[in-house]
Design a protein around this ligand. Structure first.
Ligand code: GDP
Ligand code: MG
Length: 176
């Protein structure tokens, strides 16, 4: 049976762990210093609920409040993972800005999104509570997962969550 292809963009402020999450998921290791400017696409084949998926994960160099939403990310993607770090209020602010720009660009009400609060291992430095993250995801009608790329906690769950969100919207690329 041919596998379903899924193309997913990882977005969020710099240094929140976008690349670390992808590398943990695809290669099963934590890389301490990965070049923050690299924009790479990683491919992984996985089986979930008796479906084979070819998952293409597009790592971005990161966005800030001044970034113009890249046009190429508004097309051709099945879903989006929006990552902040639980240790950074700024990164939590930035995911909300990215979300607004994303919805404007994609121009559709429902876009499959998973909101991810990464770096849960740094609990002493936590600035954003689990409740705050959950509330934001509810507002978006998105899935929510807290992860640690470093300890490999809930990393697989998070990628399964985005595949499920895409499945719920039938795997169609959102209309323009
Ligand atoms: P990106 O810019 O969003 O791609 O972030 P990176 O994946 O390059 O990670 C930025 C920094 O945060 C690096 O020093 C990583 O080692 C570190 N980092 C990423 N994820 C975690 C995590 O879950 N826990 C901890 N403690 N550090 C992390
Ligand atoms: Mg990176």
């Amino acid at each position: 049976m041919p596998s379903k292809q899924r193309k997913i963009a990882m977005m969020g402020y710099r240094s929140v762990g976008k690349s670390s999450l992808i590398i943990q998921f695809v290669e099963g290791q934590f890389v301490d210093s990965y070049d923050p400017t690299i924009e790479n696409t990683f491919t992984k084949y996985i089986r979930l609920n008796s479906t084979e998926y070819e998952v293409k994960l597009v790592d971005t160099a990161g966005q800030d409040e001044y970034s113009i939403f890249p046009l190429q990310y508004s097309m051709d993607f099945h879903g989006y993972v929006l990552v902040y770090s639980i240790t950074s209020s700024k990164s939590f602010q930035i995911v909300q800005i990215i979300y607004d720009k994303l919805l404007d660009m994609v121009g559709k009400i429902h876009v499959p999104i998973v909101l991810v609060g990464n770096k849960t291992d740094l609990h002493l430095e936590r600035k954003i509570s689990t409740e705050e993250g959950k509330r934001l995801a509810e507002k978006w009608k998105a899935a929510f997962v807290e992860t640690s790329a470093k300890r490999n906690e809930s990393v697989t769950d998070m990628f399964h969550a985005i595949l499920s969100e895409i499945e719920r919207s039938d795997g169609h690329i959102p209309d323009k």
